[in-house]
Write a protein that binds this ligand. Structure first.
Ligand SMILES: C[S@@+](CC[C@H](N)C(=O)[O-])C[C@H]1O[C@@H](n2cnc3c(N)ncnc32)[C@H](O)[C@@H]1O
Length: 187
């Protein structure tokens, strides 16, 4: 997607929350927490124009899958048109509704959930719904990997999952805090 198109989406939809896609450096830092040596299933909330999805598809095995959950219709249409890979699927729904679009056999078996949605814009009840649904869909030992503009998500994540680790990535516009959370991980 062109920079102009991305900015137009940002102007029309406050939930886009960033004027530019995440930098490759930051994408790599988030994805460093992923084991690409085996077949995995990843759910991505807020893929935007697909900067993470393209990187993941490049690294993933042939038997892996990525399920994208994007609220903005312009982005989800763009992803469907531009990513031609049988391992990828795109759903134009809210992250909080992820359980409704997953196959029953995927619930509780997702290896990683990656998220760039602006949690700070969500009402507390909606925030908890997304985090609880995320915990439900992950397998035991599965990881929730999020990038946010601040550490505001630490408390609700710790409340739902009981553990969280964060690192700052300053070389991104905007600078991000990267969260690593493990389902049933040590606190
Ligand atoms: C900060 S942008 C990140 C885009 C892309 N992942 C990247 O790293 O460049 C946030 C994305 O989350 C999407 N989004 C915001 N709220 C959402 C929600 N509740 N459910 C799903 N997607 C959402 C926006 O439309 C946008 O694509």
């Amino acid at each position: 997607m062109s920079t102009i198109q991305f900015i137009k989406n940002f102007i029309k939809d406050r939930d886009v929350a960033s004027i530019t896609p995440t930098s490759t450096r930051c994408v790599k830092k988030v994805c460093n927490h992923i084991d690409f040596s085996k077949d995995i299933t990843i759910v991505e909330y807020g893929p935007g124009d697909g900067v993470f999805a393209r990187y993941l598809l490049d690294k993933m095995t042939a038997g892996s899958r990525i399920i994208m959950v994007e609220a903005n219709k312009n982005f989800s249409d763009f992803l469907r048109d531009s990513i031609n890979d049988s391992r990828a699927e795109v759903h134009n729904v809210l992250a909080g509704d992820v359980i409704e679009i997953l196959k029953p056999e995927d619930i509780g078996n997702i290896d990683y959930v990656i998220s760039g949605i602006p949690f700070s814009f969500l009402k507390p009840i909606r925030k908890v719904k997304v985090l609880e649904s995320t915990k439900t869909i992950l397998r035991e030992g599965g990881k929730f990997l999020a990038y946010q503009t601040s550490g505001h998500l630490k408390k609700p994540v710790k409340h739902v999952f009981g553990n969280v680790q964060t690192k700052r990535e300053m070389l991104n516009i905007p600078p991000y805090v990267i969260y690593e959370v493990i389902k049933n991980g040590a606190s």
